[in-house]
Design a protein around this ligand. Structure first.
Ligand code: URA
Length: 441
């Protein structure tokens, strides 16, 4: 018989965590359970999350917290899927649409990808918000439908729901609006609770490092990666973490619908070099995790072939259709929303772009309406930023650095206050910064 959960005072637990004391398993499970069922309020949970952000969770606390989130809903049973089941998750970046082309490319290579993603978080974009810019596409699937789609197509692109990791669904939205994102225990429990609910054979993590990431330096990104690898190991799920650059946005498109268009470019074989390269590198890791005996060169060839043959694009169209979206989006980009007004940003001098700041661009996109300021906000799928010049590019005064798509003049002004400072131009070209900064374990 399982022990009944004791009653606790949320105020006392907030105070204890605020004062740096550890909470026991019953207390932490109680918080997650009671917040999920609505009996702990948003304001109390926000205070608790802020206390965790400052005080952290020790290893025992993190294990309990992650378990409680994982078991807040149903854990999937994908036992009838015979292919290896491998997923990928990013810790969050700007212009990071990699999951969208990656999942169908890998699925086209015969590896099942039961992907559970997130919405925009802080200044970073969310795969679910981007996918929902496809007319009709739904990311809210009940467990039965989730499993049925993976069994049929070898891929699903869904989110947390009332029944799938509901605790993360609520805590994630609350963190987004309360400045409680940048915490190693909160990020790792959020990611790993979703991923462990997917009944995976392996997981590839893209741990972002730099101005536009939640982890600003390699040391903290490495700590985050080790924390998640440890949670995976405790559950018998192999995890590979790739540390990648997020000092400047990935690709050229930052927003929602425009990122779907750029994802389609990757699936058609003509995406921006950085997005394409990262997609293929992470795809290699996924194929090798699925079959550790597989040669990397052969994995890369399979991924290239999935794109060149059009199979990856077909898989994407089929999952869009299965999730209620209009599959014609793969051939007709006019189905994607574009905000009515455009504003160019131009170079003030000749020189080399030495910085295109991911944080400034990410916050500007949120200010335009591509992300949320409050939990209840709707995102505007048609607004966003297209970058014409990135680090290392040579520009002359008056050349286009980027273009803003907007709907509202006030929002534009707020975004421009950041974008006008986002590019740095100097006489000398900047040193090369590699896209991949390390792979763990
Ligand atoms: N992705 C998630 O799912 N959760 C986080 O906290 C950060 C990135």
């Amino acid at each position: 018989m399982t022990e009944p959960i004791r009653r606790h005072s949320m105020t006392e637990l907030i105070v204890r965590k605020r004062d740096g004391l550890a909470l026991d398993a019953s207390e932490l499970s109680w918080i997650v359970e009671r917040y999920t069922d609505g009996s702990v309020t948003d304001y109390q949970m926000a205070a608790f999350l802020m206390a965790v952000l400052w005080r952290g969770l020790d290893t025992a606390e993190l294990v309990t917290w992650t378990e409680a989130m994982l078991h807040s809903g149903e854990v999937l049973d994908l036992g009838r899927v015979s292919d290896a089941k491998i997923d990928k998750h990013s810790t969050g970046g700007v212009g990071d649409k990699v999951s969208i082309p990656l999942a169908p490319i890998v699925a086209a290579c015969g590896v099942a990808v039961p992907m559970m993603s997130g919405r925009g978080l802080g200044h970073t974009g969310g795969t679910l918000d981007k996918l929902e810019s496809i007319p009709g596409f739904t990311t809210a699937l009940d467990p039965g439908r989730f499993v049925e789609i993976v069994e049929r197509l070898g891929i699903v692109l869904a989110g947390q729901s009332e029944t799938l990791v509901p605790a993360d669904r609520k805590i994630y939205a609350l963190r987004d609006a309360t400045g409680t994102v940048e915490s190693i225990p909160l990020i790792s429990s959020s990611i790993m609770s979703k991923k462990l609910a997917e009944d995976l054979d392996g997981l590839v993590l893209d741990v972002k490092v730099g101005s536009g990431a939640f982890m600003k330096d390699v040391e903290s990104a490495t700590q985050l990666a080790h924390t998640m690898i440890g949670i995976g190991a405790a559950h018998g799920t192999p995890v590979v973490a790739v540390l990648t650059d997020m000092d400047q946005p990935l690709g050229r498109a930052v927003g929602n619908a425009n990122e779907i268009a750029e994802s389609l470019d990757v699936l058609e074989g003509h995406g921006p070099p950085d997005v394409t390269e990262l997609t293929m590198l992470l795809g290699e890791e996924m194929l090798v995790l699925a079959d550790p005996g597989r040669d990397r060169g052969e994995a890369r060839q399979a991924l290239d072939e999935a794109v060149a043959s059009g199979r990856a694009l077909e898989v994407f169209a089929s999952v869009v259709e299965a999730q209620g979206g209009n599959p014609r989006v793969v051939t007709d980009r006019s189905l994607l929303d574009v905000a009515p007004h455009a504003r160019p940003i131009t170079a003030s001098r000749n020189g080399y772009v030495t910085r295109c700041d991911a944080m400034a661009v990410g916050v500007a996109a949120v200010r335009l309406g591509a992300g949320r300021a409050a939990k209840e906000d709707e995102v505007d799928h048609g607004v966003g930023i297209t970058l014409s010049a990135k680090r290392g590019d040579r520009v002359d005064a008056g050349d286009l650095l980027g273009e803003v798509r907007y709907r509202d003049e006030h929002r534009l002004a707020a975004a421009l206050a950041l974008l006008d400072e986002a590019w740095e131009i100097s006489d000398e070209p900047p040193p090369q910064r590699p896209l991949v900064l390390g792979t763990l374990p």
